[in-house]
Design a protein around this ligand. Structure first.
Ligand code: FES
Length: 180
């Protein structure tokens, strides 16, 4: 083997040994963090691209795990009607923006004791209810609900309409929706 071949051989051998010791990582670079990758110190936390990992013992091995994302409760209170637009005993369907995007239909009813706000979707199969006489009726299968409470008057629905918080102030009617 001549001198230049020997030099090339030694350089290739050194590169191979370096690769074996570093596991293919560039020397000095921190090992990549991803869920399931090994870690060294239990309880240690690292944040990468906005995701926080914590070093945990799983089946006797220390590995990185994503920390659970805690969903934030979002609450929207929306002015849905002017007070004058809803007479005593009357109901109106309004669209209310929801935290997850889009809108949800809400039946707002003025009663002797205040305002009631109910999700417009029937609890049997989700078809929208409508005010018919003194009740909220679902024309798909005939369920009927009490507009001042959402209680079931006739099935097949068995659960009351979902009720939202509703208030009235400053000449307006407000409905509060949340994502939980
Ligand atoms: S969807 Fe309303 S009664 Fe069936």
């Amino acid at each position: 083997m001549d001198k230049s071949s020997r030099r090339a051989f030694l350089s290739a051998t050194a590169a191979s040994l370096a690769w074996m010791f570093t596991g293919g990582q560039a020397s000095g670079a921190a090992p990549a963090i991803r869920a399931g990758a090994p870690c060294k110190m239990k309880g240690r936390k690292r944040t990468v691209d906005g995701v926080t990992f914590v070093c945990r013992t799983v089946k006797g091995k220390l590995i990185w795990r994503r920390t659970p994302v805690t969903a934030q409760v979002q609450v929207f209170t929306v002015r849905v009607l002017e007070s004058a637009a809803l007479e005593l005993g009357g109901s109106k369907v309004v669209d209310v923006p929801v935290p997850s995007g889009g809108t949800t239909g809400v039946v707002v009813t003025r009663t002797d004791t205040g305002i009631t706000a109910l999700r417009v979707n029937c609890t049997h199969a989700g078809f929208p209810v409508a005010r018919v006489g003194n009740v909220l009726e679902c024309e798909l299968h005939g369920s009927r609900f009490e507009p001042t409470t959402g209680a079931v008057l006739n099935g097949p629905a068995v659960s009351p309409l979902f009720r939202y918080e509703a208030t009235e102030s400053n000449g307006g009617i407000y409905v509060t929706v949340s994502n939980n």
